[in-house]
Design a protein around this ligand. Sequence first.
Ligand code: SIN
Length: 279
Amino acid sequence: MHLIRASSAVGAEIQGVDLANLSDDEFTRIRGAFNAHGVLFFRSQNLSPEQHLAFAKRWGDINVNRFFTALEGHPQIAKVLKDPEQTHNIGGGWHTDHSYDERPAMCSILHAIDTPESGGDTLFAGMGAAYDALSEPFKAMLAPLKAAHSSRHVFGADALYHRAMQGRIGNPEAATQDSVHPVVIGHPETGRPLLYVNPGFTIRIEGWSPKESGMLLEFLYNHTKNPRFHTRFHWQPGSLAIWDNRATWHYALNDYQGQRRYLNRITVEGCALSPAGAA
Ligand code: SIN
């Protein structure tokens, strides 16, 4: 097993493993790399849906996304699909999955089936590196803050996204879950401080006016959008990425109009999030 870092801020590619036949020792090393790098990439993993699920279950219980259309016969696998005639893609903006949940999904495991001839890459941002680059007084200001997150404006019946994704995203009546998390969380396994707000789902800083909230969130988003915190992954059929939703943002680029892109995604249950430095 061989690890190549994808950038200095986030991500690594793991070579020389078959995810369908992983030893316990290999899994332990992969889990360590996941905690260290936030997102891991694998190539040429020709997994069946059952093998994809078996790999996901090694990480924890499966969290069924309540909005995505499921793969036929596999209710635990969400389809991330854009057909040639569709113009909008799923996940085409910076976000982290499930931050609107009280116990946000720990990780998402995305497996590529059909990829466009060109385009369709995914960008990832490292929220530990983004946090580390802030000044100490600014970090101290962020430390006690909490932010609210919601699914209503994305997956609710009135949301533009929901309307643009007919047939691929559904269940708008389930978009009622809001949650509050610390703005800076401690990684549940390593304790590393991580910036935990995102442009997709964070709606305000608790206790701040809309104008103050907007200003701080805009600053944190612009800060994190700096490419020095990013890596970019080019998909091929059989590619697999597993990302830590607490430690990364991601952004599926929509630069492949007229081509098909189809991946299967499984999310794994997470836990309630605590502020950085909490025991
Ligand atoms: C997602 O946001 O989960 C989809 C990411 C992708 O399609 O690259």
